[in-house]
Design a protein around this ligand. Sequence first.
Ligand code: FES
Length: 443
Amino acid sequence: MSKVKVVFTPSGIQGEVERNTDIMSAAIQLGADIATLCGGNGQCARCKVQISEGSFAKHNIHSTVDNLSDASQTEHRKLSVGSLKNGYRLACRAKILNDIVVDVPAESQVHHQLIRKTAGNLDSQFLSGALSAIQLIQVQVEQPQLDNPSGDLERFIKATESISGLAKLAIEPCLLGSIQNTLRQGNWKVTVAIYELNKIIAIWPGKQTEFYGLAVDIGSTTIATHLCDLNTGKVIASQGLMNPQIKYGEDLMSRVSYIMMNPGGDQSMTAVVREAICDMVNLMLRETKVDRETLLDAVFVANPVMHHLFLGINPIELGGAPFALATQSSVSLAASALNLNLAKGAQVYLPPCIAGHVGADAAAVVLAEAPYQSELMTLIIDVGTNAEIILGNKEKLVAASSPTGPAFEGAQIENGQRAAPGAIERVRIDPENIRAQDKNYWL
Ligand code: FES
């Protein structure tokens, strides 16, 4: 019987199985991991997987749901019409007829990838919140009078400028619809959030003291988000997730080549990464009970390909020399322009990218570690799927980057595994007897 090739994402596990093997059996044979509660009897629907559509040059596969057997009656019963249309199938029921790329969503994985990207507080200026781009001020607004026909907005801006000492304040247009209600609800006393001394981005009735920010690192393999109290600078919640773009390619160049071969692939990647970030925001807001309307500011760092895709920019120019960026300047825009679920008027900032493959993440590392203030020569290495190296001191800094994915993050490795349960995280040798400590030592 002839063989077919199967690639599982995000694990990167791949190999050949007999044609007509069901996806679950293929996963078991190749060592990929798909959840089941019913033992493959078609009852639990825990084995739901999604077929990746398109051409994957790296694997030499044109993957489509047509490379599977038709959906069985069980699948029609267990999966919605929309799910089937979007390429979801039950792994224990769908048989592989031709080469295929199978994405195993997080809820169908037995062992979740471990993602630890804890945030450390480095600088007392950041800690004090003194460098926040947002100011909260309280404003008393004049009430309308028959003999003064000015609009509520104009009186509100005049009062805000007078109390803050700022001039020519703009307002996020999305606030216009609620301003009259807010003023009356607060009996003409409101709290105003001003962004970078020039734009009103939130208004609350009465007194408001809490406001929050989001810090996000979009890596090729993982995304880390931190929710920060902007009064204190403290991180109050964190979330990590595999970057869902992995189903389009494990490394940057695979994703760029997917886009080249699959028109519209960039838009799909933009959509999935923004959705993942929204999911993480929801989880953190639920955990901390922070009101979404107080989440006013967000900073995103990423390598150039992730940066472009997040912003909805096609990154194919980064796929070959001279690796031209769409922009190397910092980017500021409203969160609503990116369909992010923050406060209505929330703002987003991305630091500048340094060069074609040295991104805003490297710029953020330089800002945090401040080698530009040091007399001593400093070497900074950020090891991820793509690694950046920065060397220098206050005289001069140089940076370079290189793909490291398979070596450090477990894509396509034959021996060893990703950072998931079962991996050896650390080993401690007892200095007395030169033997490895047993696990109870750590409890
Ligand atoms: S393993 Fe239960 S439905 Fe497939």
